[in-house]
Write a protein that binds this ligand. Sequence first.
Ligand code: HEC
Length: 138
Amino acid sequence: MHRTNFVITSISIGVLSFVSLGLTPFAKAVGEMPSKEVCAQQNNSAVVTGGCTATDKRKGNCMACHKFKGLKQARLQPGTIAPPLIAMKARFPDRKKLRTLIWDAAEFNPRSNMPPFGRHKILSEQEIDLIVEWLYSL
Ligand code: HEC
């Protein structure tokens, strides 16, 4: 084989396996735990912006208590005191109920340890809406 062809073929195989293994920087962008680089970008989708707010230590900090997809790749040790955030659409088909749970979990469990993000104004109404979008991607 011609040397140039060989080099081009090897590069293509390399790129293809990188993509197929889900190692592209873009693969992490949807749902899960968006990277710092992704969160720093402008014009992210609602799901990604919600994920960035949920995983910001000064905002949602949901990983302090909950486990969800993508934490391992981010080398974060998730909290285990709360149920894992998984299959949210199937388990919480009622969006209003899910939103209320984030706004103030005490509505459902008066002794909840979960911070009342809305009632205590830890998060804005819009931030809570975006987090609900993100939750539905988990
Ligand atoms: C300080 C710990 C803590 C933090 C931080 C926290 N939660 Fe929770 N969460 C809990 C606990 C404990 C429960 C279990 C139910 C209860 O006690 O209210 C819960 C329950 C939930 C549930 C219901 C899960 C189920 O399967 O029933 C959802 C959804 C949820 N949290 C979302 C979030 C989101 C989104 C964030 C971040 C914005 C967050 N939580 C931050 C402690 C926390």
